[in-house]
Design a protein around this ligand. Structure first.
Ligand code: GLN
Length: 543
């Protein structure tokens, strides 16, 4: 990200002044600002400067920490100091401290941003997941996915610390060259475009209902303000685009905080509703109780039978296994995806260190873990097996004009709308890495990519909502790649064998982690294919 380039630029200045001895050690010359005669050596120097995470430049330049030496892959000819030019403060009168040019985002804001990146439409599918696993199995699986997600961030941070790179795709490049970079960029692009389309799809389908109810419109009107297609364009242009044009993720901290409060409100409403929605719902409210047939049975007997069935229906299950249980892991994996955003957030962190970033990640994951569990638990305890794969739909069945539910809808709409810009950041970065590698920052490109991306997603959501089903497959492939497989295999390749031999415990663990990812990916894909073959797309869901 641009802050990284700015760091390089500063590094160049700082090191030019203070590190003559180190410069000698790096015979290749690590600062050919302006493209001097040693421009050819820029790749090495770029990496050397980038190699220094967390401001420990001199330390990082010592031979012991120079995995770039010895012909390792480095990227970015010409991307060294030149790129940072535009980001220099005009009067560097003050002695530059490392913290001056490191990111500016505080710990709290980073937690907000990362939590917002984690939280999305995934939360709406969790109650359904619980209905198909039972409370205990759900809790076990959710804990496992949360822990694995945190471990995978640990792998990413450790790899990025070794090479000083703070971008997912560049880790891929470092580990496997161009194919690695392309694979990471592709997975990030597909995963995040899938997530953004699911968010915009929620806007398209929910916002007209909300507006209609607030305006007290009894009948369906064809006015533009009740047309989901126009509304989704309006929201994209008025809210999402300006936020997506921010140059740094750090600026989105406030909107992320607001988005989280909206989700908090959603959670409180879900808990409140548990105690105010009767179970079972009246038969005409939902088809949940349709199996309770009153026809041709004696009234008393029917009443008794209905009571027994209702009693059985409204009892929570602690451990369930059915054909839908298999979907639980992909739903949870999707809900915890935030890995493309971790390294950009790390780049912009004030006084960054791996430990601090890991603490931010663990805190965000822990907060989301609690919220996910409570939302799933109370959503499930409200509707039991009648819960749908999208929790909001289920509430609409109770009373679509209920004011609280309407407010909850607005809250969820606001939350997902404010998540789109965060999720768009890594996609823009990935596209930039593929299409315009090693170019300096340009506002035109920055704006154009955001506009093109948002336009494509809008078109997709408006004209081809059915295609969104394809993202089920993409999600089943890209989420395990981003969470399990890539962090593990990149780690395996990037950590030098002198530091950790191939048979050391951390590396073997990483390989097991990758194998687990492959297993999960195969599992999810086979379930989706089985669904297609049998023609029952049971898991509609919001994602
Ligand atoms: N980048 C992403 O795919 C984020 C998805 C997010 N975890 C969600 O639940 O919606």
């Amino acid at each position: 990200m641009w802050t990284g380039w700015r760091r390089e630029r500063y590094s160049c200045q700082h090191q030019r002044k203070e590190s003559q001895d180190v410069r000698q050690r790096q015979r290749a010359g690590w600062c050919s600002c302006g493209g001097g005669p040693r421009a050819m050596e820029a790749p090495l120097q770029t990496e050397m400067v980038e190699l220094v995470p967390n401001g420990k430049h001199l330390e990082g330049l010592l031979p012991v920490a120079t995995p770039t030496a010895g012909g390792q892959r480095v990227e970015g000819p010409g991307r060294s100091c030149v790129e940072g030019e535009g980001f220099l403060p005009k009067s560097p009168s003050k002695e530059p401290h490392f913290t001056d040019f490191e990111g500016k985002t505080s710990f709290g804001m980073s937690v907000f941003n990362l939590s917002n990146a984690i939280m999305g439409s995934g939360i709406l599918g969790l109650a359904y997941a619980m209905a198909n696993t039972g409370i205990i199995l759900f809790l076990f699986l959710l804990t496992a996915v949360a822990l694995l997600s945190s471990y995978s961030i640990h792998l990413l941070l450790k790899s990025s610390g070794i090479v000083g790179i703070r971008a997912y795709e560049q880790l891929g490049y470092r580990a496997f060259g161009t194919p690695g970079k392309l694979a990471a960029a592709l997975a990030i692009t597909l995963q995040n475009i899938g997530a953004m389309s699911s968010y915009l799809y929620i806007i398209k389908s929910e916002l007209p209902l909300v507006i209609q109810t607030f305006l007290n419109l009894e009948d369906w009107t064809s006015d533009w303000y009740t047309n989901g297609n126009y509304l989704v364009i309006l929201v994209s242009v008025v809210v999402i685009l300006p936020l997506a044009l921010m140059r740094q993720l750090g600026y989105l901290g406030y909107s992320s905080g607001f988005s989280l409060s909206c989700m908090m409100f959603f959670l409180i409403a879900v808990i409140y509703k548990k105690f105010h929605v009767p179970c079972p719902l009246s038969p005409n409210a939902t088809n949940v109780t349709s199996n309770i047939s009153l026809v041709e049975i004696d009234k008393d007997e029917a009443g008794l039978q209905a009571k027994t069935e209702a009693g059985a229906f409204c009892t929570p299950s602690y451990f369930t296994l059915n054909t839908q249980t298999a979907y639980t892991i992909p739903i949870m994996a999707f809900a915890f995806v935030c890995h493309p955003e971790v390294l950009p957030i790390y780049t912009e962190l004030k006084d960054p260190s791996k430990r601090k970033m890991q603490r931010i990640s663990n805190l965000s994951i822990a907060v989301m873990y609690v919220m996910y569990f409570l939302a799933a638990l109370f959503g499930y305890l409200t509707f039991y097996d009648g819960v749908e794969s999208e929790l909001l739909h289920t509430y609409s069945k109770v009373d679509p004009f209920d004011v609280l539910i309407l407010c909850v809808r607005v809250a969820v709409l606001t939350a997902v709308t404010l998540t789109v810009p965060i999720v768009l950041f890594p996609v823009r970065r990935a596209l930039q890495q593929i299409l315009f590698p090693n170019r300096e920052f340009s506002w035109l490109r920055h704006v154009l990519i955001a506009v093109v991306l948002l336009t494509c997603i809008n078109l997709l959501v408006i004209f081809a909502p059915n295609i969104l089903g394809i993202f089920g497959v993409i999600g089943a492939t890209s989420a395990p790649c981003l969470i399990f497989i890539f962090p593990a295999i990149f780690y395996f390749r990037i950590i030098p064998t002198e530091k950790e031999p191939a048979r050391s415990t951390p590396k073997i663990l990483a390989l097991c982690f990758a194998a687990l990812g492959i297993l999960l990916m195969t599992m999810s894909l086979s379930f989706i294919i089985m669904d297609w073959v049998s023609g029952t797309s049971r898991h509609g869901g919001s994602h």
